[in-house]
Design a protein around this ligand. Structure first.
Ligand code: TYC
Length: 109
């Protein structure tokens, strides 16, 4: 429809900027929040912390607490770095307020 088509050749080169795009939706790195066993923190306190800060129901919290109690370490959840760091601080702040030695750490997935 009225288009004057010209050939693409040396006299009429196709020009433009080559923009090769690739989707840049890199997934964020993930980190495990680990809870460590100790001899002094009450089991009920650990269960409470798991429910409060990691969204576990009572049954799941008991399961994780017992795993840590028996094996020495266990996974509370997996998060992006900032979220993981916040959870560790929340647990350790509450533990400190109650003078419990409960420890949490972060480990890259
Ligand atoms: N070992 C503690 C006790 O016997 C209970 C406990 C479980 C402590 C898990 C810390 O991360 C922990 N009272």
């Amino acid at each position: 429809m009225g288009g004057t088509k010209r050939p693409n050749n040396e006299d009429n080169p196709v020009t433009g900027v080559v923009t090769k795009t690739r989707p840049r939706t890199k997934k964020p790195a993930l980190y495990k929040v680990l809870m460590l066993n100790d001899d002094y923190t009450p089991m009920e306190f650990v269960v409470h912390a798991l429910q409060r800060f990691f969204g576990k129901n009572h049954e799941e919290a008991v399961r994780i607490m017992l795993h840590v109690h028996q094996r020495g370490v266990g996974i509370c959840g997996v998060y992006t770095y900032e979220v993981a760091e916040t959870k560790v601080n929340q647990v350790m702040d509450l533990a400190r307020q109650h003078q419990h030695p409960l420890q949490c750490t972060i480990e890259k997935e």
